[in-house]
Design a protein around this ligand. Structure first.
Ligand SMILES: [Zn+2]
Length: 143
């Protein structure tokens, strides 16, 4: 089966139903059943967050309880959804407080302290790799 977002036609990432149910508005969550297979649209410019190819249901940004960090105009841009740590906080920890690695970020921001990524992260995955990426990006800006 094609995994492309029906709106922007980019390939999405498969996400577990438990994650989708937890993050969408309650009335939509009620309609999700166990056979549904949801994908997260990874295109920053597309308004669709989750799509389900079995019944062609589309869940856009307005129907999701949290901003999706990589989507254009996400505010705030959470990197760690469990501890509500934003990209800005991580960048500040690196630039202002001198954090150099994951351990520093965990100590300074409290990121990754309540690992419930399967429920809280829009992909249902641990935010660790994205924290690492954000640290690298911030370190890059200070040379
Ligand atoms: Zn899309």
């Amino acid at each position: 089966m094609e995994e492309k977002c029906p709106i922007c036609h980019q390939i999405g990432e498969k996400v577990k139903n438990i994650t989708v149910k937890h993050l969408v508005l309650d009335d939509i969550a009620e309609e999700i059943n166990s056979e549904d297979i949801h994908y997260l649209c990874m295109n920053e410019n597309c308004n669709i967050v989750y799509y389900n190819l079995n019944n062609e249901s589309l869940i856009d940004k307005k129907k999701v309880k949290v901003p999706i960090w990589f989507k254009k105009d996400a505010n705030p841009k959470y990197v760690c959804y469990c501890s509500k740590v934003t990209e800005e906080q991580i960048i500040n920890a690196v630039i202002v407080q001198g954090a150099k690695n994951m351990k520093d970020i965990v100590n300074l921001t409290g990121a990754m302290k309540n690992g419930r990524c399967i429920l809280n992260n829009p992909l249902g995955k641990c935010c660790g790799p994205i924290i690492v990426e954000t640290i690298k990006k911030a370190l890059g800006t200070i040379g």
